[in-house]
Design a protein around this ligand. Structure first.
Ligand SMILES: [Zn+2]
Length: 85
């Protein structure tokens, strides 16, 4: 079976008349239904500007710091926090 033209990952829905997989076909239907709002929503939800990336980096650094503190507490034999997975 051939690959989807859009995601280039999944198999196409069908040989005849179908260029997209079922997931991308669904996206196509959503795009037809909602129009340009889909692009605006995608930008708002998935695209991060430099300032927002900074917030995310700070959060990750904070979590790493907490994990390191937890590991140090484990070495001392006490820890009341649940470990993150
Ligand atoms: Zn696809």
């Amino acid at each position: 079976m051939a690959q989807c033209y859009f995601c280039e990952k999944n198999e196409r829905e069908s040989y005849l008349g179908g260029y997209y997989c079922s997931s991308c076909k669904k996206l196509q239907r959503i795009l037809k239904l909602y129009g340009d709002d889909v692009y605006k929503t995608t930008d708002l939800v998935f695209i991060r500007n430099t300032k927002q990336q900074g917030y995310k980096i700070d959060t990750i650094k904070h979590n790493i710091k907490i994990d390191e503190q937890d590991e140090n507490k484990d070495k001392d034999g006490y820890n009341l926090r649940n470990k993150r997975t």
